[in-house]
Design a protein around this ligand. Structure first.
Ligand SMILES: [Zn+2]
Ligand SMILES: [Zn+2]
Length: 128
């Protein structure tokens, strides 16, 4: 189940919501799945850092850096749904410094930017 979830995410070029993921897997298997089993697989993959959740999209993508736990920045294309995951050490240290200045303990952070990816920007320019 975990492997299949990961495969579906890898094969998609856009982030997939849990509901669509279940439908894709059911189509592939030719039978119904119990949603909780898919959610459990997703939770496991999230915990392991193999999958990332795009909070603003409520959707999932394979992690670009599965080998280490880190906080990444996501650039999400609103047109084609693709996303790019970038590590930004500078932003990281700025945020840590601000948190330290406030005496704030960060439990969770979400940095997501929405717009158009390079491909969609050039397609848009080409159309004009
Ligand atoms: Zn990353
Ligand atoms: Zn795009």
């Amino acid at each position: 189940m975990r492997r299949m979830v990961l495969e579906c995410l890898w094969q998609s070029h856009r982030a997939i919501g849990a509901y669509d993921l279940i439908r894709i897997m059911e189509a592939r298997l030719g039978r119904q799945l119990s949603p909780p089993s898919v959610y459990r697989a997703l939770d496991f993959l999230l915990e392991q850092g193999l999958v990332s959740r795009l909070e603003t999209m409520n959707a999932f993508v394979p992690s670009a850096h599965p080998d280490h736990h880190h906080a990444c920045v996501f650039f999400i294309c609103e047109h084609c749904g693709s996303s790019a995951e970038v590590e930004n050490a500078k932003l990281e240290s700025l945020l840590s410094r601000d948190a330290a200045a406030l005496g704030f303990r960060v439990d969770r952070r979400v940095v997501e930017l929405q717009g158009l990816c390079a491909h969609c920007v050039s397609a848009e320019l080409g159309a004009n």
